[in-house]
Write a protein that binds this ligand. Structure first.
Ligand code: AMP
Length: 292
């Protein structure tokens, strides 16, 4: 496995697989890898002959008050895990390599970056869209893989690549969970033991909401949201930031009668750790699939 730190080295390295006509898959990460990331890498290995993983804690997606400095890091362990999975190359640039010369140019998808999580994290998604565009331009992959856990991010990247005619297949991977159902996240290690235990309430709320939705003849947004709020409220350590029900494809708000495939998006703070999770609620086929 090659460990590359400069853009020029990545471009040079990828010339050979590209010339050989090999499919190239990119898996962007911020490191401190867990089973969720590794599942994305396994999917990449199945889909492509050449797999490149990026590890870059992207400063421009963190606000000054956020956890850029304390974001967990363990590069040696990450590299061992990726080597064991048969990854071909890792790109781990320094911030200077990515943003040193120039800067000030951003990619934005305002319709998707200023809503939901974006309304409480201004500039976060602009930072994500910009760094993903840069990683796409540096690696020119055929396929790029992202987790459904970061649902708004995945939706935004799909939209960005469609709007800007990026010739890259964007694949989503289902959320990988701990045995008790908590969505894996690099930030989970920062939860205190009692917060870690309490955090299972997010998945419990999603499970119950899904079961409720499946049992309804006609689902209403308010009944589903009320149920989720009630379950989260039972956990005193959970400080709810937001619970939303949106169109799963566009993230547009839904009317009271839920007639399309929808997604529940939850953001909850435990102590100073913000956790997010999501669940797609398939439509009951009330609309033709062309609309979904
Ligand atoms: P991050 O390192 O947090 O930026 O995540 C890198 C990629 O891994 C993103 O596409 C995330 O959505 C994805 N990811 C993170 N956690 C999980 C998880 N628990 N299951 C599946 N994918 C995940």
């Amino acid at each position: 496995m090659l460990v590359l730190t400069t853009k020029i080295d990545v471009r040079q390295y990828l010339q050979t697989p590209r010339r050989l006509g090999e499919t190239i898959a990119l898996v962007p990460t911020m490191g401190y890898l867990h089973e969720g990331h590794l599942s994305l890498v396994r999917m990449a290995k199945q889909k492509a002959a050449c797999v490149i993983v990026s590890i870059f804690v992207n400063p421009i997606q963190f606000a000054p008050n956020e956890d850029l400095e304390s974001y967990p890091r363990n590069i040696e362990r990450d590299l061992t895990l990726l080597r064991d999975l048969g990854v071909d190359a890792v790109f781990m640039p320094a911030a200077d390599e990515m943003y040193g010369a120039g800067g000030g140019t951003f990619v934005d998808v305002p319709e998707l970056s200023n809503i939901l999580q974006g309304s409480v994290r201004p500039e976060h998604f602009r930072g994500v869209a910009t760094v993903v565009t840069k990683l796409f331009n540096i690696t020119c992959p055929d396929i790029a893989i992202f987790g459904e856990k970061d649902y708004q991010q995945l939706t935004l990247i799909r939209r960005m690549s469609a709007d800007l005619d990026m010739d890259i297949e964007i694949l989503g991977h289902p959320t990988v969970r701990e045995a008790d159902g908590l969505a894996m996240s690099s930030r989970n290690v920062r939860l205190l033991p009692k917060e870690r235990q309490a955090a299972v309430v997010i998945n419990q709320a999603l499970n119950q909401a899904q079961a409720f939705a499946e049992a309804q003849e006609a689902l209403t947004a308010s009944s589903l949201l009320t149920l989720v709020h009630e379950i989260l409220a039972q956990e005193p350590l959970a400080s709810v930031v937001s619970v939303d029900l949106r169109d799963a494809e566009t993230l547009a708000p839904l009317s009271e009668a839920v007639e399309v495939t929808a997604v529940i998006l939850i953001a909850v703070r435990f102590g100073n750790v913000l956790l997010i999770d999501q669940r797609v609620i398939p439509s009951k086929g009330l609309l033709p699939t062309a609309v979904l």
